[in-house]
Design a protein around this ligand. Structure first.
Ligand SMILES: [Zn+2]
Length: 257
């Protein structure tokens, strides 16, 4: 059972700034408490500090994890590193998994945590930020945000929800359910995610092909070079059906599973 307390007197006394304290406490918590959500190995291991592509990895399944912590509930976007690096990672299948941890700084406990599997990070979910100004230390550097609003709900797997610990087996099941995306090429996977997100946004348990086509504008904006959007939507609905995310009930009618 995970212990939700982040409290560590040594760290609290050693550091002055709240952001440093929070960083150390949440990182320590992850290495002492967190298991690998993708293979259920008991521990996650720290990367040596100078090798900061991701924060943790699993020695068993070799998955990489990046920890993002916040004292506010996660909203629409999360700040990440360099835009160019992120796009390169997406296109070469090297994106880490993300662990988003929301803590209380009054009580120093973990309130919420969810996992975004690496295969849910597509170019549609990456927002480029303005380059740093000429007077900044890293003038011209371009960062990025991860847009949580562009990631389907299936890609936000709860691990801790309002201080309730979700059963490990359920976390793992949710990961496995979507793992088919992992074997797809980044470009095709991006399409699957965008179509899944667009049908989720219909907020209907059952929908029609016409409903799905109704999202054409949204998809055209994300993929301006594609001129066969309807065919692409049909292709993606088939992929979602083949992987038990939706069901075809009758001609032109679908059901979310
Ligand atoms: Zn693992």
């Amino acid at each position: 059972m995970l212990n939700l307390s982040l409290y560590n007197n040594e760290i609290l006394e050693h550091y002055k700034s709240n952001s440093q304290i929070a960083r150390r406490l949440t990182e320590d918590w992850c290495s002492s408490e967190m298991y690998c959500p993708t293979c259920l190995n008991e521990n996650l291991s720290n990367h040596p500090n100078n090798q900061k592509v991701s924060d943790f990895f699993c020695e068993h399944c070799k998955n990489e994890f990046q920890l993002k912590s916040s004292s506010n509930k996660f909203g629409t976007r999360v700040t990440d590193g360099a835009y160019g690096t992120m796009m390169e990672f997406i296109n070469s299948n090297r994106t880490p998994n993300f662990l988003l941890l929301h803590y209380s700084k009054d009580e120093w406990i973990v309130k919420n945590m969810f996992l975004i599997p690496k295969f849910f990070i597509s170019s549609s979910a990456i927002e480029v930020r303005n380059a740093l100004s000429a007077t900044a230390r890293r003038a011209g550097w371009v960062g990025c945000n991860i847009l949580l609003t562009k990631i389907p709900e299936n890609g936000k797997i709860p691990i801790i929800k309002n201080e309730r610990i979700i059963d490990k087996a359920e976390v793992h099941k949710n990961w496995k359910k979507m793992n088919f995306l992992n074997s797809k090429k980044p470009d095709l996977r991006g399409w699957t995610l965008d179509v899944l997100k667009s049908i989720e946004d219909l907020r209907k348990d059952e929908f029609t092909l016409k409903d799905a086509y109704g999202n054409k504008k949204y998809l055209m904006k994300l993929h301006p070079d594609n001129h066969h959007i309807e065919a692409k939507i049909r292709q993606q609905l088939q992929i979602l059906r083949d992987n038990n995310i939706i069901q075809f009930t009758s001609k032109g009618k679908y059901k979310m599973l």
